[in-house]
Ligand binder design. Structure first.
Ligand code: GUN
Length: 304
């Protein structure tokens, strides 16, 4: 039976450590602060940001939730970011993505003070990460490393195959794995004989954003599979493609009218030595690492 890597338990352990760090900072009269910017009414974003604000409250981190309307302009958003850059009570700035199409996302991410860039999306932090300098690293890939590290899964010398090359997950995940001395291959939609490459993986990281994309024949038996995908299934046909005969999922689907599947087909997990489930795998780490980055930013900014 493959080992299930319990992301919720690992995230809880990290949050306990972060809460301890928050108490240590209080001795210096410092309370880390996070500004969470949520534009418009995207349901998924509202849920994520609410969880982030709640996590701040749980850990003693100050948070300021700012909710500009869907109609906000790039210039108005740039002015907001400038204000947050200059606020001394704010150590971390989180702009929840995606933004409305008319807003220039890159211009905004570039405008965030790199010292407050707790998402690790600023090119300065991407460059620092690549150059092996201390950097605020993107939360989801940083969480992937924490899951592997805290589960005692060796990375050094292992072949890690990352499927997906996004700036938010795939690229930084590859860089962080490289820093752990893994041999890293990055694959993407144009990769020839993808299954041939993924079958070589000791550690397979799936971050493609396509439901059940990694099928059993793409997995080396015994591999560790890290599934970063979150894909919502709403039709019976989609449900049956991944979960036919799974009574527990059936109950969730019947009750809510939807369920989520990762980028890995559930049948592929059966071949793994260890894997992160969806939900309850990588997901909880993203928020835990955001909290960790916020406290780190607070410390760095004050040279503590
Ligand atoms: N949207 C989906 N994931 C993320 C994330 O990690 N950070 C931000 N800012 N937006 C997201």
């Amino acid at each position: 039976m493959p080992k299930v890597l319990d992301g919720a338990a690992i995230a809880a352990a990290i949050k306990l450590e972060v809460a301890e760090d928050v108490r240590a900072l209080a001795v210096h009269g410092v309370r880390p602060g996070l500004a969470a910017v949520l534009v418009g009414n995207v349901a998924a974003s509202e849920i994520y940001v609410r969880s982030k604000v709640q996590a701040c409250a749980d850990l003693g981190i100050y948070s300021d939730l700012i909710t500009p309307p869907e109609s906000v302009s790039t210039d108005e958003m740039l002015a907001l970011v400038d204000k947050l850059n200059h606020r001394n009570d704010i150590d971390g700035i989180l702009i929840q993505l995606p933004l409305p199409k008319h807003v220039d996302t890159k211009a905004l991410l570039d405008a965030v003070d790199p010292a407050k860039d707790v998402d690790g999306f600023h090119p300065m932090n991407a460059g620092r990460l690549q150059a092996g300098r201390p950097a605020l690293a993107p939360c989801t890939p940083a969480g992937v490393i924490e899951i592997l590290r805290r589960s005692g899964i060796a990375m050094s010398g292992q072949h890690a195959v990352v499927v997906g090359r996004s700036d938010i997950v795939g690229k930084p995940a590859a860089m962080l794995l490289l820093h752990q001395n893994a041999t890293v291959t990055i694959c993407h939609s144009k990769t020839r004989d993808l299954g041939e490459v993924t079958r070589q993986a000791d550690i397979l990281v799936a971050a493609i954003g396509r439901p059940g994309f990694i099928t059993p024949e793409m997995v080396k038996p015994g591999a560790t599979i890290i599934d970063v995908g979150i894909n919502r299934l709403t039709t019976r046909e989609e449900f049956d493609r991944y979960f036919a005969g799974d009574a527990k999922r059936e109950a969730i689907f019947s009750k809510r009218g939807s369920t989520i599947v990762g980028d890995v087909h559930p049948k592929a997990f059966e071949l793994a030595g260890a894997y992160t489930p969806v939900p309850g795998g990588v997901g909880p780490l993203t928020i835990a690492m955001l909290m960790a980055n916020t406290v780190r930013a607070a410390r760095m900014r004050r040279e503590l």
